[in-house]
Design a protein around this ligand. Structure first.
Ligand code: SF4
Ligand code: SF4
Length: 64
């Protein structure tokens, strides 16, 4: 299953992803970038689809 991760170099800390997340998995850190809590994230992909910076990237889980 894929997971989502914020690219800190691109994120502008606008908070749009945080507002869109129904799981409350996203917070804005002290560095003004979004952080996705992998424990809470339901991997729906909504935040990634609406980020104006396309800063939320989908990664494939590594095979064990
Ligand atoms: S929507 Fe995109 S640019 Fe805005 S805080 Fe979230 S990840 Fe960063
Ligand atoms: S993928 Fe869905 S559940 Fe996970 S952080 Fe984004 S909006 Fe929230």
């Amino acid at each position: 299953m894929a997971y989502y991760k914020v690219n800190k170099d691109i994120c502008i800390g606008c908070g749009a992803c945080m507002d869109s997340c129904s799981e409350e998995a996203i917070s804005i850190t002290e560095e003004d970038v979004a952080f996705i809590d992998p424990e809470k994230c339901a991997r729906c992909g909504i935040c990634a689809s609406l980020c104006p910076q396309e800063a939320i990237e989908e990664h494939e889980e590594e095979e064990e």
